[in-house]
Design a protein around this ligand. Structure first.
Ligand SMILES: Nc1nc2c(ncn2[C@@H]2O[C@H](COP(=O)(O)OP(=O)(O)OP(=O)(O)O)[C@@H](O)[C@H]2O)c(=O)[nH]1
Length: 653
């Protein structure tokens, strides 16, 4: 029960219970008050009448002490109406000392009920008779009855009004308020609190009936992109459409709720054991993933999102509502980390992973705040001459307890925590600053390559501004900075990416495609994007020897790059033979353990200072043309056995 409901509930209660009785009490009090007031008035006027007459009589008696009671003609004046304006229906009598009527204004008693005042008449302090005045209060009784009837009628009318109009309106607004307290205003789905209450009740029932309850925790994938690209209204419309689609995936008796933002949940009441419930939950989750994966449209624009779903089942995964929800949430996070667009059931190991993840997030926050990051530099070598051209700056994390942590263990987490832009800027700043200094010290224009996260790139104009600012701050000539982008980044938002790449190129920096050949390497984008360098993924280089067909592929990539006016860099060169083969294939530059491992800043500085070539120049290159042709004429690798390199268009090699 929320506090918002209490005032209205008590108002309805008050109206329903107290007001009705109050109306009846007022209805009773009005005639009662009327009757009492009228009675007091009657009594008051009667007493006044009697006292006035007795006073006059007393004077008369004092003048005629012996005979007053026998002078009827004189006495009549004391009891007649004309004297004191007495009321009709009033009898006034003068009695002598024996109680005999000496005179009276009317012979009959007034109609009952009566009120009466009797006053003793004195002569020199001795009682000589009585004056008795009686008045009928029948009109008062009738008046009271009329007033009672009228006030009862008014009270009943008011009660009817309260009951049928006010109370109804109040109950209506009370139920409106309760609905609003329990539902989300945007989608009209039950909210988190209401959902939790239902889960608690479902678990109680299931505990008695020995059945199961399944909870699905749903988080939309890439929902933020809709807000960013199409605006908040499009985001709202999408949330409403998602709510509609989720409703269509459940049966009557189940519940779908919006927990917050782009988080939804489904409660499945299953009248079987936990394993059957888990099966049902998987089916529903699969429906949810399918439904959310269908395109959405807003004002003619079509967009896609997705959903990651976590499942937890009572009693096998948790035995309280909160634990069930938390475990479903944990499973959802795992589904997200496993690539999104999936559903996963909770497993106890996930909790340990979750704990480790939370610890990692905490440590990373400290790392960002305390500057625990550093850069290693891997030499970039001209393959033919062996000359050092520059380096690729690689991020490392100097963890106080764990030592040096490689980026694969924390870059994605930094991205998910929204910290990658901050760290990415630091990387660029540091790499440019150090390279500018080294270039100055050695009188050479050294290059430095910096990796760009898709999330940095997604900042759009802000990212271009960051690059511009870093170059200005560090004084590194833009031609010496190379930004390395992934294929996936270019494929996801082609139009915006193209515009952004042109802006970056306009700054003077060069652009490279990293890990080329591992994604969907469309030749169409290679032709249209302003790329300067292709970096062939290490997986092609590693197998150059054992898999001759890789020689063909690398040769094709080198030729493709050159024909499109790009330089080609080979990554992961680990042997002298690979270096020779690549040099012979006319690959321009290379990186790899054979040419130089990533080293700390000071080690790289010593390397530069020594002036020694890292590898000797190739004096007489081995001609591998024959090997290339031999490999090319050999069996074509089966689809899916080698690295992905789809080439939808014929290439002028
Ligand atoms: N339009 C709209 N946006 C909302 C509403 N509530 C929350 N959001 C936005 O929804 C987004 C949810 O954040 P995330 O779940 O991290 O975004 P996401 O892109 O789905 O990220 P992943 O879950 O990692 O795929 C945030 O950008 C919120 O600003 C709402 O009522 N309307």
């Amino acid at each position: 029960m929320t506090s918002a409901k209490r005032p209205l509930r008590s108002a309805a209660y008050w109206l329903d219970h107290v007001a009705v009785w109050l109306m009846l009490a007022v209805a009773a009090a009005v005639p009662l008050t009327y009757a009492v007031a009228q009675f007091q008035y009657e009594k008051g006027t009667l007493a006044t009448t009697a006292q006035t007459r007795s006073y006059l009589l007393a004077q008369y008696i004092a003048r005629n002490p012996q005979y007053w009671q026998f002078e009827e003609a004189r006495l009549v004046g004391f009891v007649n109406d004309s004297m004191l304006g007495a009321q009709p229906g009033e009898r006034r009598r003068v009695l002598d000392a024996k109680g005999q009527v000496a005179v009276e204004n009317v012979p009959q008693a007034p109609p009952r009920p009566l009120i009466e005042v009797a006053l003793t008449l004195y002569d020199a302090g001795r009682p000589v008779g009585n004056l008795v005045v009686e008045r009928s209060i029948r009109p008062l009784v009738l008046g009271t009855a009329l007033v009672s009837a009228a006030s009862l009628a008014i009270a009943l009318l008011l009660i009817w009004l309260i009951k049928s109009v006010l109370l109804h309106a109040l109950r209506q607004s009370e139920s409106d308020l309760r609905f609003r307290a329990e539902h989300d205003t945007l989608t009209s789905l039950p909210n988190r609190e209401h959902f939790r209450t239902r889960v608690v009740a479902a678990i109680e029932q299931a505990a008695q009936a020995r059945t199961a309850v399944a909870v699905l925790f749903i988080d939309l994938d890439h929902f933020k992109a809709i807000n960013d690209a199409l605006g908040h209204d499009a985001g709202d419309a999408t949330l409403c459409e998602v709510a509609q689609r989720l409703r269509s995936t459940i049966r009557q008796g189940d519940m779908v709720a919006r927990l917050s933002g782009d988080e939804f949940a489904i409660l499945l009441d299953v009248t079987h054991d936990a394993e059957v419930a888990a099966g049902v939950a998987r089916e529903v989750a699969s429906g949810v993933v399918t439904q959310c994966g269908r395109p959405f449209s807003f004002e003619g624009q079509v967009h896609r999102i997705g959903a990651s779903v976590g499942i937890a089942v009572y009693p096998s995964d948790a035995d309280t509502a909160d634990a069930l929800l938390a475990h479903a949430d944990t499973a959802m996070l795992n589904a997200k980390r496993a690539g999104r667009g999936k559903h996963l059931r909770y497993a106890p190991a996930m909790q340990e992973a979750q704990r480790a993840r939370l610890e990692l997030e905490g440590d990373l926050r400290v790392a960002v705040a305390e500057g625990q990051f550093l850069l290693h530099y891997q030499p970039l070598i001209d393959l033919a001459s062996g000359q050092l051209l520059g380096s690729e700056a690689l991020l490392r994390w100097q963890h106080p307890q764990r030592g040096l942590v490689p980026p694969i263990e924390f870059i994605t987490v930094l991205e998910e925590m929204g910290l990658i832009a901050e760290v990415g800027r630091w990387v660029m700043q540091r790499a440019c600053c150090v390279t500018a200094r080294w270039s100055h010290e050695h009188g050479r224009a050294l290059k430095v390559a910096v990796n760009v996260s898709p999330l940095q790139f997604a900042q759009g104009e802000a990212f271009v501004e960051t690059v511009r600012a870093v170059l200005a701050e560090t004084g590194l000539p833009p031609q010496q900075l190379q930004l390395e982008l992934t294929e996936g980044l270019l494929m996801s938002q082609s139009e915006q990416s193209l515009a952004l790449m042109h802006q970056l190129r306009a700054l003077g920096v060069s652009l490279a495609i990293d890990d080329f050949g591992t994604g969907y390497s469309s030749l169409a984008y290679l032709r249209s994007f302003p790329v300067d360098t292709l970096k062939i993924d290490r997986s092609f280089i590693r197998d150059l020897g054992p898999r001759p067909e890789h020689i063909t592929l690398v040769y094709a990539i080198v030729q493709l790059g050159h024909n499109l006016g790009m330089k080609v860099t080979a990554e992961g060169i680990e042997t002298a033979e690979q270096r020779s083969q690549l040099a012979d294939l006319r690959c321009d530059t290379g990186q790899g353990y054979f040419l130089g491992r990533p080293v700390p800043e000071e080690v790289y500085a010593r390397l530069l200072a020594s002036g020694e070539p890292l590898v000797p120049a190739i004096v007489a290159p081995v001609v591998v043309q024959a090997a290339v042709l031999a490999a090319a004429s050999g069996p074509v690798p089966a689809a899916g056995t080698g690295p992905t390199l789809s080439m939808p268009e014929p290439v002028p090699v």
